[in-house]
Design a protein around this ligand. Sequence first.
Ligand code: SF4
Length: 454
Amino acid sequence: MEVIRTQKRTASNDIVSTPTLPLYLTAPPMEVRLEEFELFAIDRLRVLKGVSDGLARGRNPNEMDDLVDTLWKEHMRLPDVSEMINKDIISHFVLRLVYCRSDELKKWFLSMETALFRHRFRIKKIEEQRVIVGEFGLPYKAVIGAELESLKERLVLVARSLCQTSSDVENIYYKVPFEEVPDLVATRRVLLQKGYAFVAGSQLVSLVVTQFRSHLSKALILTNRKWTTTIREREKDRLTPIVEALSTSYLGPDYTQSSEYADISLKDIDQVSKSSFPLCMRHLFEKLREDHHLKHGGRMQLGLFLKGVGLKLDDALAFWREEFTKKVGSERFDKEYAYAIRHNYGKEGKRTDYTPYACSKIITSAPGAGDHHGCPYRHFSEDNLKAALSRMGLSSRGMEDVMDKVRNRHYQLACTLTFEAVYGTSCDTGINHPNQYFEESQKILKSKTPTAPV
Ligand code: SF4
């Protein structure tokens, strides 16, 4: 795959003969426009993040089929089929580069791509599945017609031994070398004959998925080798910065624009911090009120969040001044801290309008001793987190659900479950940004406030 600057792809580059569900065996010889390189990858990332969220929520296989179908249509569909296939392939290979760079990234990508493949395969019709198996050159032949009839009696016996009825014998079986399905053989879930196992159509998915996963796992190791030995250095001015940013990229709004729910003033700030701040910001807010000081990481995380929820610059200066002067005095505050606050609001230095941090950035931060920034679901001890959740009013059942997600390292989902428990309503999009938590909470609280009679 060669990445080029903006230029129309020629017809000869189109991959029209590729199956609709590729195995991504080799990177195709095609040119990719630089903007597609990033945009396609972001769209696929949205799908993979949706899959990750669905799995973490414990959706069953049928619900996952529906979810994958919806996510794919929403983010990957293009009117032209061959363009859509190209997008599928390009985005997969770009994310391979992004996610080959550490064991943790590799593990996540391998799991999500495998789950995506599994459900995309499952929702294909049986006929399409057979075509895919054939197109990929998998050594499995469908047994149909007379051959199937001749095996029917023995297939019924296998079905009975699995406590199924004879009507559970399927219409399509695949003839697979028996050594490729050791699990099915060991648990006597298949008919064996002359070195072949006869695998029911409904069991095919696990065979294909195993093959897919094993291939992708090896490919990620090879990609990592290429990335570290050549690509990273060769592309340091062009692709490397994009690749490095993609794994932590946040995919939602940046909360720099004010919205009707982001408009707080100094007089409300204490009350609103209790009613609508997510745990990360509640903790920083309380520590600031308690210690009259926050270290740099905390000032940035809380300061930009407050800017995003509509605290005006003058109010922000007054707010930080009120606390810091109790500890460092007003002269030092003006000299050392006020500049940074104005800087965050784009009034000093390069006059950049800095954006509030998303969960992905906060969760991957590394708070040191004496720091209070970070995400409590990731950075608090279990006891501290339980105490904080209890102060937010979670029941012991709700808390156990949250802790279960934390133990499985689903920190944003843990925050989403907290949100749902606190406000008694579902949050299907999941929490991805502290300012989103705030706005969603304000929407709910304002909708519950009775309007004054006219
Ligand atoms: Fe804050 Fe996000 Fe962690 Fe929730 S998940 S506490 S909003 S960083």
